[in-house]
Design a protein around this ligand. Structure first.
Ligand code: ADP
Length: 457
């Protein structure tokens, strides 16, 4: 509405306040142009004809006078006797203005006392043959603009009213279609900030608002997912911390109350306590390590080593499963598999992948590891023939604390941090990671890191 008012205000100023001076300037310009044209034409054959035609067409009075103010043109038959002369005051005024002017013409407005009207006077010097001066003297009435201004005023009043109504209507529509949805989104976002994830941002009538609503809906979904993950993690970790603690407590009590004096039993109970304590500290270590990795605080100790050799070492750590539980782990190596990386961290990655393969494998206990050269990179993959992963879960398994809802084949102390550790370590190395999986057939987890191309044997 302010904008509409400014535009209408400008129109009022131009059309009404400045109308008179604008009209006057335009008129003076017009007459000056005609006068200057006539001065140029003086002494040509068409001059007289042009004088007559212009007086008729433009409704102006064109005179030629001599230096005493006597009318030279137009003269009719009686004028020879009458000798018409320009009013002395007007003539003197005209002459002084003309001689003071630095141009060879003047144009100005005079109040005609007889007619009570304003007229425009144009005057210029015309050289005559005898060497004395003749003057071109043009008179044009300044039509009063008051009546025009009155009409304009009325029109502008209507325009003002219409534009105010229109702008009011427009602002209503804009507020309804633009501001209201944004206001609604803002209120809902506030609820989101307070932790209410059950909200739905509805679309507005503009693409931009639709996009905003959709993005916020996605954000809400992700937030609620991570909230769910956080809750699951808390439940998992509490459970994983609580279980060993309960075992430790009950075995300690057992030693205190019963087996304290029986060496063999005591040794057995103590080793259970040690085992559970190890599990606990491993869990705490993992959590700390992951937190450090994700905060980017963990430094990489880079060195050159052979990835397939490292994989063999890791496999040896699963000797118990191979010897006691009939797991089969095969390693297949091809090409130059030396890398420049943090050995301890990559060892952790391989360990986590093999550990998962064992945990999620079914009766088919074959796990194959492939280490191969691929241009600038070395790829290591761990393939199992286990249960596989649902497609809608595949993007989430890399997230911290995510554990699939399905029951695990083996009782496991994992807390859903194994794969997020893999992800963080590989990202820190500037590598790539991924998984291909099919339900019921198994999964292939892989990572790719830079081959050590500078290294010479
Ligand atoms: P955890 O194994 O402790 O649950 P991870 O981060 O290692 O946590 O794995 C996250 C989830 O990814 C697992 O809960 C499981 O659902 C899925 N997953 C990981 N590895 C495999 C695999 N080899 N086969 C099938 N599912 C897997």
């Amino acid at each position: 509405m302010i904008f509409a008012l400014i535009i209408v205000g400008l129109l009022w100023m131009l059309q009404i306040v400045f109308m008179n001076s604008f009209y006057e300037t335009m008129k003076i310009k017009e007459i000056t142009k005609i006068g200057n044209n006539l001065v140029d034409m003086y002494k040509t054959d068409d001059f007289q004809e042009e004088l007559i035609s212009l007086s008729f067409k433009q409704g102006i009075v064109i005179n030629i006078i001599d230096q005493y103010g006597n009318l030279i043109y137009p003269l009719d038959i009686f004028d020879i006797i009458k000798q018409p002369k320009l009013n002395e005051k007007l003539f003197n005024d005209f002459l002084s203005k003309l001689y003071l002017s630095d141009k060879n013409y003047v144009a100005y407005v005079v109040e005609d006392e007889r007619l009570d009207e304003s007229t425009i006077v144009y005057g210029a010097i015309l050289e005559n043959e005898e060497g004395s001066n003749y003057f071109l003297y043009i008179n044009s009435m300044l039509q009063p603009v008051d009546s025009t201004t009155k009409i304009l005023k009325n029109q502008l009043l209507i325009v003002t009213l219409i534009s105010l109504v229109l702008s009011f209507g427009l602002s209503l529509i804009i507020s309804k279609k633009l501001s209201k949805p944004i206001e609604r989104i803002t209120n809902l976002s506030r609820e989101l900030a307070l932790g209410n994830y059950d909200i739905e941002f509805d679309n507005g009538e503009y693409t931009e608002i639709d996009n905003l609503a959709n993005t916020l809906n996605i954000a809400t979904k992700e937030l609620s997912k991570s909230e769910e993950l956080r809750r699951d993690f808390l439940a998992n970790v509490t459970h994983d911390l609580k279980t060993p603690l309960t075992v430790i407590k009950s075995y300690s009590e057992l030693i205190r109350d019963i087996s304290g004096k029986d060496d063999i039993k005591r040794e057995k109970n103590i080793s259970v306590i040690i085992e559970e304590t190890d599990k606990l500290s491993k869990l705490v270590d993992d959590l700390l390590e992951l937190t450090k990795l994700q905060a980017g605080l963990s430094q990489l100790n880079l060195e050159v080593f052979d990835l397939s050799e490292l994989a063999e070492n890791v496999v040896n750590r699963f000797k118990y499963f191979i010897e006691e539980q009939e797991y089969k782990i095969v390693i297949d190596k091809s090409g130059d598999t030396k890398v420049y990386a943090d050995k301890a961290k990559i060892e952790q990655v391989i360990y986590n992948l093999i550990n998962n393969a064992i945990n999620y494998t079914l009766e088919d206990k074959l796990i194959s590891i492939k280490v191969e050269e691929d241009n600038e990179n070395v790829i290591l993959s761990v393939t199992d023939r286990g249960q596989g992963i649902e497609q809608d879960e595949i993007n989430y398994i890399w997230e911290r604390y995510y554990r699939s809802g399905k029951s695990h084949i083996r009782e496991k102390s994992g807390s859903g941090i194994g794969l997020s550790m893999v992800k963080s370590i590989i990202i820190a190395h500037g590598g790539e990671y991924g998984v291909e999986s099919e339900i019921g057939k198994g999964s292939k987890f892989y990572f790719k890191i830079k081959r050590n191309t500078n290294y010479k044997d």
